[in-house]
Structure formats: structure tokens, C-alpha cells
Design a protein around this ligand. Structure first.
Ligand SMILES: Cc1ncc(COP(=O)(O)O)c(C=O)c1O
Ligand SMILES: [Zn+2]
Length: 416
């Protein structure tokens, strides 16, 4: 295991102490830029290992302990990670693979973040976990806090998806609702500053992204993908993006592997977003993604925030990537297509990469022979409401075979 030796600014590389995980970079702040910090190590992660040395066990992201700030033994783990990478050649999108993060313990990729964050919370002696989240991040924080035996306060808002809030409550989190979304961060900040609560999520603006130790967990997505392709990385990785945590973490993971010489290049990254914040920054060249308020909320609630982060923009710039703003009708169409054609039911936000690949292939940005990995971040069960209207209402059948056949024909156009 490498030892974390500093937290480093994702934008200007200034170095800070390892326990400065609840703040942005002061050097950038004085220049009007809000930037997250990321973990730096005393030796490059994975030093001295060969690919074949990576242990098969435990069956979780902690088999990559040589790249992470804690050991598998120290980990707060529920078996997160080690998710399937599935080819989907029949989608009509060319060479595309789905990294199916809906198979995680709380059914989203946020388990990797929560496992990393909670593991280090225990190392730092944290007493209370705090998360501001409308959904998946809060559910994951709640589950891993339960696993760690730590109390957890989750700030959410009136109108967030019912199943997700129920999930947080089931894990025993103290869920607090607010009517004004901005109050979540105000209240969490008070808890962090006054009582030393340990934040796993963003909690002040302008937003920078999540807990740096949690972000390390996302590196393991890159390791798993690279290993699955025998250390020949895909050409593109396409992610649904809100704060760009997974985007940054996954990119950083590929950078680790390139530094070791296990891969010869880092994929290009695409942010599939609904706000348009990164799309605007890529077009204008400005240093911070702007706030881009929408007229109406997207059905992809999980990625609905109006502003992206500097860390996300860094990845798009450094990887020669792209941002695509995805409309609701494309999200609905791709949720239904993935579920009905492939048997994989994503949350609406997790359908965004498919709409983005479709667009970028059509434009020629992604060449026909180039391989893409789409990160399917969460299960459709998390927020099923918005998809219901895109599906036929099941008919009520009373009677025998004649009525059954009539119903199948009328509702589904099916004749045996
Ligand atoms: C299902 C889902 N997909 C994607 C995201 C985007 O996360 P990130 O902050 O890593 O960009 C989130 C959460 O914000 C989410 O819940
Ligand atoms: Zn900085």
C-alpha cells in the first residue's frame, strides 16, 4: 500500500496536509477558481508490481490496495467494485461496452466513493459522517457508515426520489430534508466546521467535488476496465457527469497505470451531462464551468445540478475529451432500449452516455472503429418514476385465451 503523503490541487498542484480533506485549494481560491484536492502518495501507486501480481482477492475494489490509501484489511467494505464489463454490439452504437455499476452493494457506483471515504474516516478517527445528497451518494454513505458503525447525517430535499430516501433511512441514517437545496450545504458546513463531522459529499459552493479519499475509489473502475481488456485501454470512456468525481477518479486511475507502463495511453473522456455546464466551458475556454440553470428540472435528478467542477473540466481538457448535453427524450429512449434490448435497466442519468455516444459517432468525433466504455452508474430501481410514462400500461385481462390474445395485440402489437 502506498502512503498518502499530501493532498494536491487538481488545478495548480499546490500541496496540502493529508487531513485537509474538507476544503478547496486556497491558492486557486484567491484567483477566483474553486478546485478540489486529490490524494498524492509517497511512492507512485502500484510501484514494484506487475499486472499478474495483483491479487484476485478480496472480491472487491480492495484487491487494488496497492493503489489505494488503505489496506484491504482496514477497508470498510461491502464487496463494492469488481463489476461486469458487458459488450453491447447490438445497440447500433458500434464497439461499446457497459461497465455495469448497478451491481454494487447499494446499486450504484457511489459505493466505491463511500468505501474509500468511510475507510479513511475511520483512519482519521471521525465520529460522525455527513453527506448532502438527493440520492445515490447519500444512500451509499448511509450503508457504509452503518458498516463502519458510525452515525450518519444525510441532508436531502423535499421532492427527491422516494426509493433513495427510503434506502438511506433503512440503513439507519439520520435523514434531514430541506425545502431550499442551498440549505443542505449551509447546514452540513455548520456540522463540519463546528463539530468536525466528516464530509463525504460536496458541501460548499462554488462546488469542487467530493471527499478526496472517496474519489480514490473511482480509480479502481479504470483498473478493472484496463485489466478486462488485457491492458489495452478503450479509446473513449463515457460517463454521466454531475460533479465529475467519477470522471476525475477514473482518469486518474488510467494515469496511474500509464505511469507504471501497464498501458501505453489514457483514453479520451466524455462527460454526458444534463446541465450543459461543461459543454459551455469547453466551448468558451473559461477556467471554471459556469452555472447553467435549466428552465425545468431534468428527469435525470442525480445529475441535475446546474454547475460542474474544475476537476471535471481538467479531465476533458487533458484527455482531449468532449462534453455532450443530453435532453430528457434521449434519456427516456435509452433507458427503455437498454432494458428491453439488453436486459440492463439503468437509472435515467445512467442512460446519458448512450445518447452521447450516439451523438458523437454521428458527428464523427468518435470514429467508427473506436472502442467506447459507457459507465452505467446506477440501477433503474433507484428512481423508476420518470420512465413509467414511456412504457405501455399493462392491460387488465379478464377471461380466457381470446381476451389474452386481444390484450397482447392491443397493448403490445404481439401475435403468437
Ligand atoms: C446515478 C448517477 N450517475 C452519475 C452521477 C454523477 O456523479 P459525478 O459526481 O461522479 O459526476 C451521479 C451523482 O451525482 C449519480 O447518482
Ligand atoms: Zn490550486
Amino acid at each position: 500500500m502506498p502512503k498518502s503523503s499530501a493532498l494536491v490541487c487538481v488545478h495548480c498542484s499546490a500541496r496540502y496536509p493529508v487531513d485537509r480533506y474538507a476544503d478547496d485549494c486556497p491558492a486557486c481560491r484567491s484567483a477566483g477558481i474553486s478546485a478540489n484536492l486529490t490524494v498524492a502518495y509517497d511512492t507512485p501507486p502500484g510501484t514494484g508490481l506487475r499486472p499478474s501480481d495483483v491479487p484476485r482477492r478480496p472480491r472487491s475494489m480492495w484487491r487494488w490496495e496497492a493503489f489505494l490509501p488503505a489496506t484491504a484489511e482496514q477497508a470498510v467494505s461491502l464487496g463494492e467494485g469488481d463489476t461486469p464489463l458487458l459488450p453491447v454490439p447490438d445497440l447500433g452504437l458500434g464497439d461499446v461496452w457497459i461497465k455495469d455499476e448497478s451491481r454494487n452493494p447499494t446499486w450504484s457506483f457511489k459505493d466505491r466513493l463511500a468505501s474509500g471515504a468511510l475507510t479513511m474516516a475511520r483512519q482519521f478517527g471521525a465520529k460522525v459522517i455527513a453527506s448532502s445528497s438527493s440520492g445515490n451518494a447519500g444512500a451509499a454513505a448511509a450503508a457504509f457508515a452503518a458498516r463502519a458503525g458510525l452515525p450518519c447525517v444525510v441532508f436531502t430535499f423535499v421532492g427527491s426520489a422516494g426509493p433513495l430516501v427510503l434506502q438511506m433511512r433503512s440503513y439507519g441514517a439520520m435523514v434531514v430534508k430541506v425545502t431550499d437545496k442551498a440549505d443542505r450545504w449551509r447546514l452540513q458546513s455548520l456540522g463540519v466546521r463546528e463539530f468536525g463531522w466528516y464530509p463525504t459529499s460536496p458541501f460548499f459552493g462554488p462546488v469542487i467535488g467530493s471527499n478526496p479519499y472517496g474519489m480514490e475509489g473511482y480509480k479502481t473502475i479504470a483498473y478493472e476496465v484496463a485489466e478486462a481488456f488485457d491492458w489495452t485501454p478503450p479509446d473513449w470512456c463515457v460517463l454521466p457527469v454531475c460533479y465529475g468525481d467519477a470522471l476525475y477518479g477514473m482518469w486518474k486511475g488510467f494515469e496511474d497505470l500509464k505511469a507504471l507502463g501497464w498501458i501505453d495511453r489514457v483514453p479520451r473522456f466524455v462527460a454526458a451531462e444534463v446541465s450543459g455546464s461543461l459543454t459551455a466551458a469547453m466551448a468558451s475556454g473559461e477556467e471554471m464551468p459556469p452555472e447553467v440553470p435549466r428552465n425545468a428540472p431534468s428527469i435525470a435528478t442525480s445529475i441535475g445540478a446546474a454547475q460542474a467542477t474544475v476537476q471535471g473540466l481538467e479531465v476533458l481538457r487533458r484527455s482531449r475529451g468532449a462534453a455532450v448535453t443530453v435532453p430528457d427524450e434521449d434519456l427516456r429512449r435509452w433507458v427503455v432500449t437498454l432494458a428491453a434490448k439488453e436486459g440492463i435497466w439503468p437509472e435515467a442519468s445512467s442512460a446519458a452516455p448512450f445518447a452521447a455516444i450516439e451523438r458523437l459517432r454521428a458527428e464523427g468525433t468518435i470514429a467508427p472503429n473506436e472502442r467506447c466504455v459507457a459507465l452505467l452508474t446506477a440501477s433503474g430501481l433507484k428512481d423508476p418514476g420518470p420512465i413509467e410514462e414511456a412504457l405501455p400500461e399493462p392491460p387488465l385481462v379478464q377471461g380466457g385465451l381470446t381476451e389474452l390474445l386481444a390484450a397482447l395485440k392491443n397493448s403490445y402489437g404481439f401475435a403468437p
